[in-house]
Ligand binder design. Structure first.
Ligand SMILES: NC(=O)c1ccc[n+]([C@@H]2O[C@H](COP(=O)([O-])OP(=O)(O)OC[C@H]3O[C@@H](n4cnc5c(N)ncnc54)[C@H](OP(=O)(O)O)[C@@H]3O)[C@@H](O)[C@H]2O)c1
Length: 288
């Protein structure tokens, strides 16, 4: 029987794109989901098998790993138990004889004041010391943060974020991240490496608003809304106080420093230039 790649967080925004990218490259993907109702959707995007389990329940993880020699672990965002949950997968991977553990981290986990970055840093350390053959990918902020607000941006003519309009980000296309993660997972020669994945341009909210205006022909302004407004919106959407706290810290940090990175490593892994924000907006505009 051919070995499979277990992908965790597979029903999430990142997980779905990674499952697709692996399946497109001929891999047997086993999607780790917690709700059996998600099975048909996961199969439709390319998963060849399904494991229903919970990242908090080690016994479900051991069963999920049967017949898998590789794991791509994508934890839920800003989760206070990131390290403990990853540790369950590391322990099970050792028992199952997994030969590659790919950990989906974040760029600059060393920014320890941003709590979810510190959680990823602690998790990376645990994985590196586990003795398992590993690769770590460290993605920058996604271009896809535009997607949930796209119709509002189009309706109001305002691209608003909870940080000032001038700080810059090397935002990256999630499709490039998924492809690069698949290449690292399935290719030879990437073990014991940590890979920073950033987009090719440093862009402020103002720069992004200009690009959106150019692509759509509408006048889009950049705007800065307050942290209090962010907190109210998050609470109204049912976010826990811990999540509200983590989002506050992250956005305050962005407001001071932005988030810059270098795209050469992503370019090397993809063997092509990573996509620009303009290309991404053209795709989004065409699909909308
Ligand atoms: N967004 C960015 O710009 C960015 C940048 C760098 C790194 N990242 C990292 O990317 C990762 C994924 O983020 P995302 O936005 O794709 O997440 P997401 O869309 O919220 O997906 C998270 C997935 O994890 C699943 N999940 C949550 N708790 C679980 C549990 N206890 N057991 C099993 N499954 C569980 C969820 O299952 P359900 O579908 O059942 O809810 C969901 O499918 C995060 O680690 C984040 O830090 C994101």
């Amino acid at each position: 029987m051919a070995m499979s790649v277990l992908v965790t967080g597979s029903h999430g925004r990142t997980g779905k794109t990674v499952v697709k990218a692996l399946a497109e490259r001929g891999s047997n993907v086993r999607a780790f989901i917690r709700d059996p109702a998600q099975e048909s959707e996961m199969k439709a995007i390319g998963a060849s098998s399904i494991a229903v389990g919970d990242m908090d329940e080690p016994n479900t993880i051991l069963v999920a790993l049967e017949g898998c020699d590789t794991i791509v672990h994508i934890g839920p965002p800003m989760h206070p138990d990131e390290k403990a949950m990853t540790c369950h997968f590391v322990d099970a991977a050792k028992i199952a004889g997994v030969s590659r553990f790919i950990y989906y981290s974040v760029m600059h986990p060393l920014r320890r004041e941003v709590r979810h970055h510190r959680l990823k840093l602690d998790t990376e350390e645990m994985l590196i010391e586990s003795g398992l053959p590993y690769s770590i990918v460290q993605p920058m902020r996604y271009m896809q943060h535009l997607e949930p607000i796209w119709s509002k941006v189009m309706a109001d003519g305002v691209h608003a974020m909870p940080f000032n309009t001038q700080v810059k980000f090397n935002v990256v296309d999630l499709l490039d991240l998924a492809e690069a993660t698949a290449r690292i997972t399935l290719g030879e020669g990437w073990l014991y490496g940590t890979y920073e994945f950033a987009g090719p341009e440093a862009l402020s909210q103002s720069d992004m608003a200009e690009i959106i205006s150019k692509v759509t022909g509408k006048n889009i302004e950049a705007a800065h809304f307050s942290i209090e407004a962010l907190q109210n919106k998050a609470r109204a959407n049912g976010a826990s106080e811990d999540r509200v706290d983590q989002m506050t810290i992250m956005n305050q940090h962005y407001n001071s420093f932005g988030f810059l990175g270098n795209s050469r490593i992503l370019e090397r892994v993809l063997e092509r230039t990573p996509g620009t924000f303009e290309n991404y907006v053209r795709r989004l505009y065409t699909q909308s």
